[in-house]
Structure formats: C-alpha cells, structure tokens
Design a protein around this ligand. Structure first.
Ligand code: PYC
Length: 413
C-alpha cells in the first residue's frame, strides 16, 4: 500500500485539499441564484464566473451535486439531430466537450467511439437518410451505412435475417462519444467554486417570491435569500419549480431506466442504438456495458427500478448481441425525463422578467451540458438571448413554432 495512503488513513485531520470548501451559511443576497446543482446549473455557474466575471452566485441543490439526472443517464454525446436548430446546438456542445478536460483541468474521460443508430425498417432507413443529409449539410460527420459496412465496423452485431427485426442499415456518426458523467459535474463545480461561486448542497427550494412580475427572492429550508436574477435547471422537477414562479410548462415527467453489466474485457468500441428494439448500449472505460431502453409507460416522480424493464431490455440486447447471454447485470437505476411535445428543450426567458429556464431535457440533457452552461450564462450576463438557443424559447408552444426532434431521439417513447 502506498505510504501516502497509509498516512492519509491514519491522519486525524483532513490532509488532502478539499474539492469543494466547507459549505458556508447562505448569504442574504446574491446577484444570481441557480436552482439545481446538476451539470447544467454548475456549468452555468462556471461560465458566469469564468467568462462574465459574475461570482456572487449561489447554486442551490436539494441533494448532492450531480446526483439527479446528471448521474442517472448513459452518458452518450452526439450531434446527429434532425433539425438545423438541434444540430447546430448539439454540435457546439460536442466541440465544447472535446476540450472540456483541458478547460476544467479535470479528466472527464471523454472517449470518441462512433455512434450507430440501427435501422430495422424502410421508414427508419428513410429517417436516417434524412438525418444524414441534414447533418452533412451542416458539416456534421454522419452517413448512412448498410449491412456489409456494419459487418466490418461492428463484427459483434447479430446481422442474421432470421430475427424479429433484421438490421437493414444504420446512421453512422463517427464523433459519437461517451464521458464520465460525475466528473463533468465535479469539474464544473470545482472550477466554479474556485472562482467564488457558492454551492449549497442539501438545500431545498420551497418557494419563489415575486413582486410585480419579478423574482425578488428564493425561499429554502435553510432560510430566504434575495436575488437579482434566478434560473432553474432542475431536470425531473422542472414543472414543480416553475410552478413556484407562476409558470406552467408543457412537460410530462416520465422515468427512464438504465443498467450496467459486470465489467468485461474491452470488446465493444462503438455505441449502438436501436430505436425499434428500444436499446442503446456502450462499454465504459471500466468495462461495464451501459444499457438503457425506452421510457416507462407512465408519468411519475419516482426513480425506482422494475424487473419488467430489465427483462424487456435484456431480451432486446440479446437480439443484437446474443453472445452476452451469460453476462450479469450489476446495477439498475432510473432518472426522470421532462418530455416536451416536440422533443426539444425549453431554454431562455420567461414571462417573469428576471427568471430564466433550462428545462425539457427529456432523454438528451447530459450531452447538452457544456453548451447550456455557456449559452445560459451569456443570456443571464448580457440580458440578450443568444441566437443558438432562441428556437428553444418557451413561447414557441403558444404560436406553434415547434422544433420537431422526435426522429432523432434514441429512446422509444
Ligand atoms: O439521446 O443519445 C441520446 C440518448 C441515449 C440514451 C438516452 N438518450
């Protein structure tokens, strides 16, 4: 055992540098309060502090940082969306992700694997072709591949025609990647805190105080605080918090389950997704297969797991990769997805003058973390909505100016 570790274990003090300094008392007032200490809230805090010099910021987190959907997803990063608005937005996120370890001086284990969305029907092939063309037009590396390409690129895949859903081809997106999700939250938190942002874990927001259409303060279970501006980034609880500010969101919250297998030697480099079979699967740096499926069939606010889900998911995984039949599932969990009618997020201003929203992340929130941080911070600091996020405004649902992204969702709904 290394000497340093023995000294550490025997020391009565805390010899290591704390990642986050001890939690202070809440101040009476902040320039900006961010409700939600997941990736999006922490990235917003980091960008406010680092790029806009706004450091009188409090992040209020009910549980612990990254303990919500940031730590409950399957960590897939890609930009092969269907609409020009979606593609441009997620492409900025991919480019920020690519250099995030350097930006934060913290290894997020970013790993480019190639992302394959399998097509099992003619109509899925048509959507894939459409996505490939939109992607290529916007400079995204994305192409349609067929069975002979797949046999070469993913030799593990069951390409037999004698199955329920034979594979006809796939949308191949070489930059598709995975990363370590906790590290994304920790990296942003650490670097924001170094610049003076206060991160208050275990702090539940119970009300939002309003006067004349403006937020004046946020009430928590640790006391009331005034603020100049407030932003909510609370995936899975968006409607509840927005209600406190008098806002109604067109969101239904539905659990999404996932699981990991026992660790295996590396054998699967790419990320494989099948919308028809409701499966996505990748192998993490620890060797575990990270697997997920469709959302639960009913809305509710709970993160419990079900046997029904794991049975269904495994039968689908085995259709694609039958040699995994002896592999054990080690852990199972659920996140909560805030689904919008058009499968695109809700970002930007609201009817409440100084209250901003980052919500509606459905099953695609993790991959948007860096771009959300950058663009939300820009909006809060400058008072102008960046063109990049303008299409995702809440008011689009009133005038039916939707951003239809359902065809690009990896998950069955
Ligand atoms: O959008 O890539 C995605 C995704 C994968 C799993 C859930 N969503």
């Amino acid at each position: 055992m290394p000497l340093g570790l023995i000294k550490y274990g025997l020391s009565s003090g805390y010899p290591g540098k704390r990642f986050l300094s001890a939690q202070p008392e809440l101040k009476s007032s902040y320039d900006v309060i961010i409700i939600g200490g997941g990736g999006h809230g922490l990235a917003t805090a980091y960008h406010l502090a680092r790029y806009h010099g706004i450091t009188n910021v409090a992040v209020l987190e009910k549980g612990y940082i990254g303990g919500g959907n940031t730590g409950r997803n399957t960590a897939i990063i890609r930009s092969n969306y269907l609409t020009p608005e979606g593609v441009a937005f997620y492409e900025e996120s991919v480019s920020l992700y690519r250099q995030l370890s350097q930006e934060l001086d913290y290894n997020i284990l970013y790993s480019e694997r190639g992302h394959f969305t399998l097509a099992h029907t003619d109509s899925a092939l048509r959507t894939s072709r459409w996505r490939a063309e939109v992607n290529k037009h916007l400079g995204i590396d994305s192409q349609l591949v067929y069975r002979d390409d797949l046999a070469r690129l993913i030799p593990q895949l069951n390409l037999s025609e004698d199955v329920r859903y034979p594979i006809l081809g796939a949308l191949y997106h070489p930059p598709g990647a995975i990363a370590r999700h906790d590290a994304v939250a920790w990296g942003y938190a650490g670097r924001a805190a170094e610049r003076g942002v206060e991160i208050h874990q275990g702090t539940t927001v119970t009300d939002i105080e309003m006067t004349d259409g403006r937020v004046t303060g946020v009430v928590t279970d640790r006391g009331r605080v005034s603020c100049g501006k407030a932003v909510q980034a609370v995936a899975g609880a968006s409607t509840i918090i927005a209600n406190m500010a008098g806002l109604k969101l067109p969101i239904r919250t539905i659990p999404l389950q996932a699981c990991v297998s026992q660790p295996l030697k590396p054998f699967l480099d790419p990320i494989i997704v099948s919308g028809s079979l409701h499966v996505y699967i990748s192998q993490s740096d620890r060797g575990e297969l990270v697997m997920g499926g469709s959302t639960d069939p009913y809305p509710r606010y709970q993160t419990s797991s079900s046997l029904d889900f794991i049975e269904g998911l495994m039968s689908h995984v085995l259709e694609l990769l039958p040699h995994l039949s002896e592999v054990q599932v080690m852990r199972q969990w659920a996140g909560m997805t805030d689904m919008t009618p058009d499968f695109a997020p809700i970002m930007g201003e609201t009817d409440v003058e100084n209250y901003y929203i980052d919500a509606g992340w459905g099953t695609w929130g993790f991959k948007a973390t860096p771009v959300c941080g950058k663009r939300m911070a820009e909006m809060i600091a400058t008072g102008r909505v960046p063109a990049m996020i303008a299409p995702f405004r809440l008011s689009r649902f009133e005038n039916f100016d939707l951003v239809g992204e359902k065809g690009a969702a990896s998950v069955g709904h």
